[in-house]
Write a protein that binds this ligand. Sequence first.
Ligand code: ADP
Ligand code: ASP
Ligand code: MG
Length: 601
Amino acid sequence: MALIVQKYGGTSVGSVERIQAVAQRVSQAAKLGNSIVVVVSAMGKTTDGLVKLAGSISHNPCRREMDMLLSTGEQVSIALLSMALQEIGQPAISLTGAQVGIVTEAEHTRARILNIETKRLETCLQEGKVVVVAGFQGISNTGDLEITTLGRGGSDTSAVALAAALRADFCEIYTDVPGILTTDPRLVPEAQLMDEITCDEMLELASLGAKVLHPRAVEIARNYGVPLVVRSSWTDEPGTLVTAPPQLGRSLVNLELARPVDDVEFDTNQARVALLRVPDKPGVAAHLFGEISSQDVDVDLIIQSIHEGNTNDIAFTVLKPILNKAEAVASAIAPALRSHPSMEGEEAEVMVQNNIAKVSIAGAGMIGRPGVAAKMFIALAEAGVNIQMISTSEVKVSCVIDSADCDKAVATLRQAFDIKSSPTPPTPPTPHTHPVRGIALDMKQARLAIRHVHDISGTAAKIFGLLANSNISVDTIIQSQRCHIVNGIPTRDIAFTVTRMDAESAQQMLQQAAREYGWGEVVLDNAIAKVSIVGAGMVGQPGIAAKMFEALAQHQINIQMITTSEIKISCVVHEQEGVKALQVIHQAFGLAGSEKVQVPA
Ligand code: ADP
Ligand code: ASP
Ligand code: MG
């Protein structure tokens, strides 16, 4: 006999017939002697409908009232599912988030779960009832019992949090696809089902656009070691297991506000190669990294900055012992990378730097908490450490700095994030036949670029501190390699992506800061798409980046930005080329299965 939390998404409860089918499935599991808590989403596209309704009354509706409105969708489905269960003889009771005691912070429309009361749930389960809980909602921890919601897609998070609080044997997410696939089957019908995936890989995929799981649900599963399965609501196939590292024995208090950073890591065995002024046209990154991988040189971080005029800068890091080899490759191809073949002097320039170090903060509590990266930049600024390159992932923020600053930076970060344990060695990657597990597309991002920000310590802290104060999460941060002297001050461009929803307010805020600090213009581009490959097995495997870039080049898709972390590579391309980019990359890595996935409307 097991305690199971099952979650059914909107499509799975989208009609009376589907609710009845869910009731059958739930009651079968209960009849086997299991205790079942069911979490449900609003029926079909109810939540979208409610958002639209609000939009027809107000351009900028008050967040409190949005929560009041959106939380009603789930209240309908819990009552109907509970009735359907009772109708087939299965005792059941529906409970709202407030009735359970899913206590959240008072942040309307994006609240984090602080605590879950389990008493009432346990009593109902002991009485032999199936408990049907409304997903996506909670009640604020302030005295006035405000209804809150967790953010779109948040029912997954409700389910995994309930499983953690109840110490359930496992949590099953039932949805309209067979499990977690190599990419979205609505865009690539040949996407293949994965039997299992690690939490770290899934965290990246979910945050980079794979909406099959809410990233925060994966974060909780990782932090509390909740066994998590994603399966189809229509079949009995086993689906995909999301594997979590061993339980860390965390306290359940402040569940989603758990310590965001577990570790500070550093690596002084790195060197940097930068190619300045390479032409901004398809195929350049493919050419460069194709050559590099043919020499068996493994690159770690890669960044390509926004283009200026018609040229780009690309920088990458390699292990020190292979710097000479990497430099030789870059220098050999530089003459071929001319922005104007007819013009002399426009040749790409190679710059190498041996005295660098990479410092990183790592932990699975950074999602949607822009303050964490900002705190890192502020701590480094206060210690007088200048940041040369930034790379972000869902579980790590890394900064490339001068190696002379490394000890100081590590000590500062350990103090800032209260890290007492000695640094842990990085976990070895899980070997997979495919180093690339999944591909995600995010069409909801915008790019902001600030021209000519001062190249001095404290600049990143200013920019990202400002955005963090307004709760704006930033991804894909890139500083240009090229330095311009403006009024005697060295400056660089800095670019990053934010969700489109936040883009305009971020731009306004930064324009004001730019006036104050004397930076250049703040440019916004909404017409972008971000396509990313994810896989823990790509660490230490030369040629993965080259293959991705080559696939894009073959289809004449220009790469506007590149950013990597250890387990992902993201490229920003034009919005119109997003879906095509996803499809050709999926194909290039041979991820297609032999059968097409059927996805219900
Ligand atoms: P639910 O209502 O069950 O929560 P969602 O619509 O939120 O369902 O998430 C399921 C959808 O996620 C699928 O229908 C699919 O289109 C999309 N999806 C995106 N990426 C993936 C992926 N890698 N694997 C499976 N589904 C994906
Ligand atoms: N109904 C909510 C939404 O559509 C929550 C969810 O389905 O997970 O975002
Ligand atoms: Mg969902």
